[in-house]
Design a binder for this molecule. Structure first.
Ligand SMILES: Cc1ncc(COP(=O)(O)O)c(C=O)c1O
Length: 404
């Protein structure tokens, strides 16, 4: 047994795969074997592995000013430049940027910013958060409580109160909660494409309808773009893909492609104006590494790669090839279905076929996908994945299903 207590793993587990190197959409283990990373690691390595320009930007920053906190009056250039760059690219006008080190912290920050803004606006009674069944919003208590995956909450209760969950793609369910308790509702949380809960794109018009319902009820719409942000759906933000203007956006993962941990919240005008209204108010929330210069340097370099190489233009190619390959497997009877959007897709397995087993057999065939739930395999490759590597992914899935 190793000293490292692994996240999302059996504490009693003893068999691990040690990865030592990455390049593009490939990673290599300690025996020199290569694997197609068909999941961008854990939905994050959008620009691919082994990018020297990001490593160099971080090293250069660490040599100059490795870290200094940003509480109170302190700031640093990378944090300021990154915030300005993200604000300029935000899916809503006039956003400011709150920085964290992970997606979970981003979600908890969004929850706290929403609540603080409500209290500051004299609306302390607006505490209720509406969120979607099946949603994944991270593992810290705030995000866990608004998340909709009961297995993840098991053994960790009690959860935060004042959360109301509704089925996804059912605007009527949201409308009913708002009709009954609208005056208590602070915000509605949603992932543009529900990711870890099984890769479910929204029904046509669903997010626009959520926006409309929020507007009518005076609730804020918070989009959790930890997976969808930074181009996964072919636009920089999922909000843009589905034509909605959110009040807040949480992000992480693709902001640095994982080279250094970083997350944050885009804080739109409605919330920020309430936070700014009283010049004596102090926002007592933040993390030691909020605005860490090295992490922000990684994000700026990552953005340069994304835009400099026009990587979002690769998304339709990836989506077309993956979905066509999955369609073929559906037609041949190997899969029950497929779903997805942009460069994030899922294979729905037939009843009785265990996703964890298929995942293992794919690894034996040199491809890393991800089991999300008992009967779904997810695919979310780096934007630099080649057609050959996509075909290798589909061939490994076919082989794994044939062996199941
Ligand atoms: C939509 C969403 N929100 C939040 C999180 C939590 O991010 P982190 O694992 O960086 O805390 C994730 C992680 O997968 C996510 O997919």
């Amino acid at each position: 047994m190793t000293a490292f207590l692994h996240p999302f793993a059996r504490p009693a587990a003893t068999d691990f795969l040690t990865l030592v190197r990455g390049e593009g959409a490939l990673v290599f283990d300690d025996a020199g074997r290569d694997y197609v990373d068909a999941m961008a690691s854990l939905w994050f390595c959008d620009v691919g592995h082994g990018r020297r320009e990001i490593a160099d930007a971080v090293a250069e920053q660490l040599r100059t000013l490795a870290a200094f906190h940003t509480f109170d009056r302190f700031t640093n250039e990378p944090a300021e430049r990154l915030s300005a760059a993200l604000s300029a690219r935000a899916p809503m006008p006039g956003a400011r940027v709150f920085l964290t080190t992970s997606g979970s912290e981003a979600v908890d920050s969004a929850l706290k910013l929403v609540r603080a803004a409500r209290v500051l606006a004299g609306e302390a009674h607006r505490r209720v958060i509406i969120s979607l069944e099946g949603a994944y919003h991270g593992v810290t208590y705030g995000g866990l409580a608004v998340g909709g995956l009961p297995l993840n909450q098991e053994h960790f209760g009690p959860m935060l109160p004042d959360v109301v969950q509704v089925p996804r793609d059912d605007p009527g369910a949201v409308a009913r909660v708002l009709a009954e308790r609208g005056h208590e509702v602070a915000a509605v949380f949603a992932e543009p494409v529900l990711g870890a809960g099984g890769v479910h794109p929204p029904a046509p018009g669903y997010l626009a309808e959520l926006r409309r319902l929020c507007d009518d009820a005076g609730a804020w719409l918070v989009l959790d773009e930890v997976i969808c942000g930074f181009g996964r759906l072919g636009h920089l933000w999922g909000a843009q893909r589905y034509g909605v203007v959110p009040d807040l956006v949480t992000f992480a993962k693709g902001v640095t492609s994982g080279y250094v941990p970083l997350g944050g919240v885009l804080v739109g005008a409605g919330v920020r104006e309430r936070l700014e209204a009283d010049p004596t108010y102090v926002l007592r929330h933040g993390h030691t590494y909020s605005g860490h210069p090295g992490a922000c340097a990684a994000a700026l370099a990552n953005l340069e790669v994304l835009e400099g190489e026009a990587l979002l233009e690769q998304v339709p190619r990836i989506g077309d090839r993956l979905s066509a390959g999955l369609d073929q497997l559906v037609q041949e009877g190997y899969l029950a279905g497929r779903r997805g959007d942009g460069a994030v897709w899922a294979a729905a397995l037939h009843e009785g076929v265990d996703a964890a087993g298929v995942h293992t057999r794919m690894i034996e065939r040199g491809v890393i996908a991800r089991a999300v739930g008992p009967s779904t395999l997810a695919f979310c490759p780096p934007y630099v994945i080649t057609d050959d590597q996509l075909d290798r992914t589909l061939a490994a899935l076919r082989g794994a299903l044939q062996a199941s």
